[in-house]
Ligand binder design. Structure first.
Ligand SMILES: [Zn+2]
Length: 463
């Protein structure tokens, strides 16, 4: 059977779920639901990243063991995704037994294949702790991490090294030929440019950190959290016959890990790289990235309380082109919600349902589907806001038709019911386009417009 296997990043468990995580996850869910609708076996993987120094420290502060602490806080992400109707196939945690086993097998293969240097060597450099990431001087702004506004620490430690530089030519070829499709195109070019400047070997272990997965070939070291985290996709994918992944959906800040380091790791053990890595932009607050450290996060609950679950899913994806940054504003979201959902879809459904109920209309036929290449091309290239424009255009056409034909003035019952049926047919077909975005609303409308039709409370009360 035709499969579609997509992943979100596994989120850092000590983070608070905010609309940045929510954005990625909803997008991945919409795409997975779309492919499922098209008859594919579509699966979405998400989860939490739970090892590393920061978790160990935070657990200690709470007087708990790292695993106990992670058990508790990983639930925050899971609950958030359940609330937002995210249809993930598994919520994977890097502390799961099967993952730990696969990480060790993976690293042992890398080591046996000579992709990891035989002995650890001294690494000296800069390390951003909130990021759990090594940083180069060029990445800093005035000596600070631009995302966290904190100074990285001086770092000196014996680490094992992955020979990333060996894969420079191969990666350049795979990415330029779209064998690994890096999108949007501007990002592909950035990644290629950076690869052509030369790849350096990278540290994959920590010597003085207990809270991690021991290296299988030297248990005095633990696996660097990023390496551990990337392997989660393979833990699930390889066990379920889904490898290679069709899509890794990521924020632009972690594109390098996913489009370069991760494919090289896979090549080093003779596995196929992911087919596509798509990097979306960020919601910024007054031009800055949202982060717990800066303290400017917007939580998904704030949106859900105002717009409902489907309203939240909608406004996040409709607001900006998916690959670009957009500045978050409540005014923009209110306007979108009111125009497209309250006055658009919601109002249209209510009007047609009211007229249909009054005329005693009953619908007992399958309404079929729109044939719309335009919509398909947009959603398949992850142009979610563009796809929604196409779907909304259908609704506008129905609205116009109703205004012209004035069904409320028609006395002949047969003629009226024929007209109403034609509107319902168009609405139903269009709602199927919205279905991956608005799963619960679509289900409600589809059931409202089958059998004898009744009015219902407003789908999207105005805000
Ligand atoms: Zn940082």
């Amino acid at each position: 059977m035709n499969k579609f296997f997509a992943t979100t990043p596994i989120y850092y468990v000590n983070d608070v779920p905010h609309i940045g995580h929510t954005y990625t996850t909803i997008a991945a869910d919409v795409l997975t639901r779309y492919h499922h609708q098209k008859g594919k076996e579509a699966q979405l993987l998400t989860g939490t990243d739970e090892h590393g120094a920061k978790i160990a420290e935070a657990a200690k502060k709470h007087g708990e063991k790292p695993k106990e602490y992670a058990d508790k806080i990983s639930q925050e992400f899971k609950k958030t995704w359940d609330k937002l109707n995210i249809n993930y196939v598994r919520f994977i945690r890097t502390t799961d037994e099967d993952h730990i086993k696969i990480v060790q097998e993976f690293l042992l293969k890398m080591y046996k294949n000579g992709a990891v240097e035989e002995k650890p060597r001294l690494y000296k450099g800069l390390y951003c702790v909130p990021h759990e990431k090594f940083m180069s001087k060029d990445e800093l702004v005035n000596g600070l991490c631009p995302d966290h506004k904190t100074a990285p620490i001086d770092y000196a430690e014996e680490n094992y090294y992955f020979r990333l530089s060996d894969y420079q030519q191969k990666l350049e070829q795979l990415i330029s030929e779209d064998k690994i499709k890096v999108r949007p195109l501007t990002r592909k070019n950035e990644v290629l440019g950076k690869i052509r400047q030369g790849l350096e070997d990278i540290s994959i272990s920590r010597a003085n950190l207990e809270w991690g997965i021991p290296l299988p070939f030297d248990t005095s070291h633990t696996t660097y959290v990023w390496i551990d985290a990337l392997i989660n996709y393979y833990t699930y994918g390889s066990a379920n016959d889904l490898w290679p992944a069709d899509l890794h959906l990521v924020g632009k800040d972690i594109l390098w890990f996913h489009s370069v380091i991760w494919p090289a790791m896979l090549l080093s053990i003779g596995e196929e790289p992911p087919k596509e890595v798509f990097a979306h932009g960020f919601f910024t607050i007054n031009g800055e990235k949202m982060s717990k450290t800066i303290g400017n996060v917007i939580k998904p609950e704030e949106l859900i309380n105002k717009y409902g679950v489907d309203g939240t899913r909608y406004v996040l994806l409709a607001a900006f082109p998916f690959g670009e940054d957009g500045n978050f504003s409540w005014e923009l979201f209110d306007r979108l919600y009111n125009a497209d959902l309250a006055n658009g879809l919601g109002n249209l459904v209510a009007r047609v349902a009211r007229l249909s109920e009054k005329s005693g209309l009953s619908i007992n036929q399958d309404m079929g589907e729109h044939e719309t290449k335009d919509f398909e091309e947009k959603i398949e290239s992850l142009d979610f806001s563009g796809a929604l424009v196409v779907a909304n255009h259908y609704l506008k056409n129905i609205d116009e038709k109703i205004s012209q034909e004035k069904p409320w003035e028609i006395k002949d019952k047969d003629k009226l019911q024929k007209l109403l049926t034609s509107y319902i047919s168009e609405i139903v077909k269009t709602v199927k386009l919205f279905q991956p975005f608005l799963p619960q609303t679509a289900e409600n409308i589809l059931s409202q417009f089958s059998g004898s039709i009744k009015s219902a409370p407003p789908l999207f009360p105005r805000v």
